[in-house]
Design a protein around this ligand. Structure first.
Ligand SMILES: [Zn+2]
Ligand SMILES: [Zn+2]
Length: 268
């Protein structure tokens, strides 16, 4: 058995990544409308009520959007930390289960999740490390201004890493945003640039890393070929797996732990 990873789409307008292992399914973030999420799941033949759990990384709308509605309408357990629940007005126990940093969340049979805190503006955001019984490990990491030693530790040994490559530094600086916003995006609580993501991947890349998905790309301040080429320039000598970019539309492809390829869907 392996963990299958499918991004339903990623970017500032919505994020959701489906993790499946055997019959167990967990959605990491649920930032699209309920209708849009169900439509995207139907494109890959997944019944919404087969999803066991939804984990919301932080309260920003592009991650939390329809999570509560989806949880109620699909009968999926909703997980988040206390700060996220408070910010969204979700009631612990009634609406959601709350986890602490680095706590193991057994969200479905055979699929467990560990949440690692990461720095992000005005939010208690977490990265998610998923593992199955066979020792497959997957990371989903978005919305952070910089990597931490703790995050790097958890990324080492992962077979798949989905990580944001939000902006190209030159494009951001020369782009249309006001200076204050440029500073916020590139600051400690903002987002990772292509360069930061490449450096982080360079630090954690190992022979068992099968696949990488770059996600949460800014439509104004980045482009898929820029993100991909910057990462490959840094890790190209050591990484021989599949690298893909998840866009705002989707789903476009799936990856599996233990497999250095990907499956592309005909139409997204
Ligand atoms: Zn986001
Ligand atoms: Zn955010």
């Amino acid at each position: 058995m392996s963990i299958e990873i499918t991004h339903l789409g990623s970017g500032s307008k919505g994020n959701a990544a489906l993790l499946s292992s055997g019959d167990s399914r967990a959605l990491i973030d649920c930032g699209f409308s309920l209708r849009q999420t169900e439509k995207r799941l139907s494109l890959i033949g997944v019944a919404p009520d087969s999803i066991d759990a939804i984990l919301v990384t932080h309260h920003h709308k592009d991650h939390s959007g329809s999570a509560l509605n989806a949880s109620k309408s699909w009968g999926a357990k909703l997980h988040c930390n206390l700060e996220t629940a408070m910010r969204l007005g979700w009631r612990p126990l009634e609406d959601c289960r709350t986890f602490s940093n680095l706590e193991r969340v057994e969200c479905a049979t055979g699929l467990s999740l560990i949440t690692v805190p990461v720095p992000h503006d005005d939010a208690e955001n977490v990265a998610v490390i998923a593992s199955d019984r066979e020792g497959g490990r997957v990371a989903i990491v978005t919305d952070l201004g910089e990597a931490t030693a703790e995050l790097e530790k958890h990324l080492r040994g992962c077979n798949h890493i989905s990580i944001e490559a939000n902006y190209d530094y030159t494009k951001l600086i020369q782009g249309p945003y006001p200076d204050s916003l440029k500073r916020r995006i590139s600051g400690r609580g903002g987002h990772l640039s292509n360069t930061q993501t490449a450096e982080l991947l360079g630090n954690v890349c190992h022979s068992g890393l099968d696949s990488i998905v770059l996600c949460h790309l800014s439509e104004k301040n980045n482009a898929p070929h820029l993100a991909e080429s910057e990462v490959l320039m840094t890790i190209g000598d050591t990484f021989s797996g599949d690298i893909s970019v998840s866009k705002q539309s989707g789903p476009e492809f799936s990856h599996w732990t233990g497999n250095a390829g990907s499956r592309r869907f005909a139409a997204a």
